[in-house]
Design a protein around this ligand. Structure first.
Ligand code: ZN
Length: 301
């Protein structure tokens, strides 16, 4: 498969990429375009920017759905523009640098020298406009909503809603063709977040990886995310073993184990109270006998 556009609504596109089966987004209005995520490297971002220029010559703004490298390492190609995200620039720079080092090392280890070079050469562009809660972004004749999600696939997810076209860009809150990633996720909170986001019943839902789907597809995935949450809870309560949960996880055993591991990381077990040595037993409190106090004071004296 080569990279291609899918028109998912009036002047709204999803860009399907071969790399990581990723899906980026584009919303075009009368005065400005909004680019949703920019790809894995500066080179991928440059290819994306070139593809966008085949559709529109309008100035662009950029929105990051979250801080995972594949969603924002391509931004250098977009020059000076407004870049919207939930987490701040300092976080993006620090976490981005960490991810870049880790991926360069991983690619080298896998003998993918060219990929390592592209990753190392990608200049990181932190966001410069922060989204807290939700904002309506007027692109000229069309307003999109940038919405902070709360805890879900990560702790800084943001979705883009295009109400006039009935399209929701969901970032990695939903995935098609592969299980959702739990490595930095909040398994218990995630399904509720998706259910809330689907409450306006968008016609088209664009995932961060895989093909766009409809409302009912997204709703089915929300149900599966809820089942993962429930299985994690039942393991915690001792109703199920981890093996049982893994066997019945809706996204397969590996994904279920990843969710349980992440859940454990987020909720470390309460430390056992240390047994008290017999010799150090606390002596009983002393009995204090207070002197009787005479309240009958003769004020006439
Ligand atoms: Zn992600």
């Amino acid at each position: 498969m080569s990279d291609r556009w899918i028109e998912v609504g009036d002047r709204v596109w999803a860009r399907r990429l071969k790399e990581l089966d990723q899906t980026l987004g584009l919303v075009v209005a009368d005065e400005c375009a909004l680019v949703i995520d920019t790809g894995t490297t500066a080179e991928a971002g440059f290819a994306y920017a070139t593809a966008i220029r085949e559709l529109t010559n309008l100035p662009w703004q950029v929105a990051y759905t979250h801080d995972h490298f594949d969603h924002w390492f391509g931004t250098a190609a977009f020059g000076e523009s407004a870049v919207w995200a939930v987490a701040d620039g300092a976080h993006y720079v620090a976490f981005g640098d960490e991810q870049r080092k880790a991926w360069v090392a991983k690619y080298r280890l896998d003998g993918r020298e060219e990929d390592a070079r592209k990753m190392a050469a990608s200049r990181l562009v932190p966001p410069n406009c922060r989204v807290q809660g939700a904002i309506g972004l007027n692109l000229g004749g069309r307003t999109v909503v940038l919405r902070q999600v709360g805890l879900a696939h990560s702790d800084n997810d943001m979705v883009v809603e295009v109400p006039d076209a009935g399209v929701l860009f969901a970032g990695d809150l939903l995935e098609q063709g592969a299980p959702p990633s739990y490595t930095a996720a909040y398994p218990i909170e995630w399904p509720q977040a998706v259910e809330f986001l689907l409450s306006w019943k968008p016609k088209v839902v664009v995932p961060g990886h895989g093909e766009p789907g409809d409302y009912w597809w997204a709703r089915a995935q929300a149900r599966d995310l809820a089942e993962v949450s429930r299985l994690c809870t039942e393991v915690a309560q001792g109703f199920l073993t981890e093996d049982e949960a893994a066997e019945h996880g809706p996204f397969g055993p590996d994904s279920m184990r990843e969710a349980i591991a992440r859940w454990k990381e987020l909720t470390p077990p309460a430390p056992e109270p240390a047994p008290r040595p017999a010799s150090a037993a606390t002596p009983p409190p002393p009995v204090v006998v207070y002197e009787v106090f005479d309240y009958q004071v003769d004020m006439t004296r």
